[in-house]
Design a protein around this ligand. Sequence first.
Ligand code: GTP
Ligand code: MG
Length: 212
Amino acid sequence: MAEQIGLLWKKLHAVSFGVYGATKVGKTTLHHQLRTRGEVPQIKERTVGRGRATRKSIKIDGDQHTIKTADIGGETLYWGEWLKDMKSRKVKYIIFMIDDRHMDKHYDIEQQLCWTFLVDTICSPYWDAINRRQKKKNHDYPVAVGLWANKFDLWKDKYEYEDIQKHPIFESFKDGMQKLNDKGIPCYKYIVSAKSDSEMVYRGIATMIEDY
Ligand SMILES: Nc1nc2c(ncn2[C@@H]2O[C@H](COP(=O)(O)OP(=O)(O)OP(=O)(O)O)[C@@H](O)[C@H]2O)c(=O)[nH]1
Ligand SMILES: [Mg+2]
């Protein structure tokens, strides 16, 4: 009986996730993958502003979770919307998506810039970090942050690595990861193909909820 109630609660109670990252990393693609399992068509439009948060059902290995996410644009002018999303929906888990553009073109540091912005925003004791106003409470910090390297299908054979945890794609993001860990917020690395590998996506989400 208790187990039945537990299952029902898991199904009905939506866990709030925030999905952020630079433009074109694949956030909208991930949202499509969460809504309709399978190959996602090529997304051509950039997301404008912040969409409404909606529920998605995550079923894997016979286990079911319900999460709630909002699709937000990754262009610089929308970074402030990530903060509003975190604050207004009390986001518990954060997925920061990256791709391999910084490996491909070393001068392209857009992803590192928005990672620094995100980490500073999360770690600040204030919601309004600049004016040091609106002090956060303990439960205002996320439970965990996932650094998700997306488009694995495109770069899997391009770089040499021994194991995923030491993959060079994450190297540029290690200072931020350290900062989060020092703050007591676990940050872990994950690799996905949001467009084509639903299994990786669903497993990644379920693991975050179950492990943290
Ligand atoms: N090959 C491959 N392409 C992908 C993958 N994920 C996303 N893409 C492609 O990358 C491009 C950008 O994806 P979007 O989902 O629109 O990116 P976004 O993060 O929502 O971009 P903004 O809305 O500007 O913030 C699209 O052409 C996608 O089809 C993937 O896993 N593999
Ligand atoms: Mg988008």
